[in-house]
Design a protein around this ligand. Sequence first.
Ligand SMILES: [Zn+2]
Length: 306
Amino acid sequence: MPDKIIRATGEVAELRFVLVDATEAANAIGDFHGAHAFARILLGETIVSSLLLASGLKANGTAQVKFQFSGDFSIVTSDATPMGLVRGMIPTEDVRGIGDFEPLLSPLLMTVRKLNEKGIPMSEGIVEMPSEKIGPCTAYYLLQSEQTKSAVGIKALANSTGARLDFCGGYLVEAFPKADTKTLTIMEEVVRNMPPMENYCRPDSGLDLDALLADLAGPFRYTVHREMPVTAFCPCSEAGVMKALTGLPNAELEEIVIQQESMELHCDYCRKRYVATPDQVQQILEKMSQNPEADEGPDEEEHGIP
Ligand SMILES: [Zn+2]
């Protein structure tokens, strides 16, 4: 089944519901990174967190989510747009380091940056992660940093080989500021008694979001406003990679020109391979010497998804 996002609100209750099935996108992004088992699950759950947080953006911007750990794993990040475009990154050395083993890790920080449609940062929130679980961290961030009462469920489950996720998705229930105490109490009760996400797994993979929404809304009537696909998408380009090269020390670039050997680069997000030829590197060096200030823009990874 293709991935999708459903957005709904209570007809009377001051509640907003966002449901995400990102199984296919998370598997595609997991494949780019060769992520297995735990790494694939962590990457997938981070992708869902970014999609849920991006759903709150009014304008067409990007939500960038970063989880930092100490231990066997250092970092996992994901960028998403409210239209369901998403990309994710997990360091190659971490993926290789843990293989199929469950790593030892302790949670450190969760950072959320919101960029406008031009890729310019509008806000940044940082919280200490209360646990290593992505769902509770996302709810904690919303409360601490955005003063929003919410419940978040995020879960990915890998198959027996660890090579694929059977499902990867989640939900967000957000209380609007006007929500009354009775609504909040009922909602808390409904969320507490929600069946495990596994119950909504379709036989052929992915999640049955319509059934999940019907249960999640409990006694409240709701209206679905929007359904849209989730798509793994990376906006990297050769021009962006060439620009990133200007951040390297001159000596390193000169060495490439002297040795007349091409330089191989990979996008951190989609692992696409780019090659910079000695001629291209020569041109970059010439441009830098003519106008040393011109290329000091943000790195490619700082940009949002257009
Ligand atoms: Zn890329």
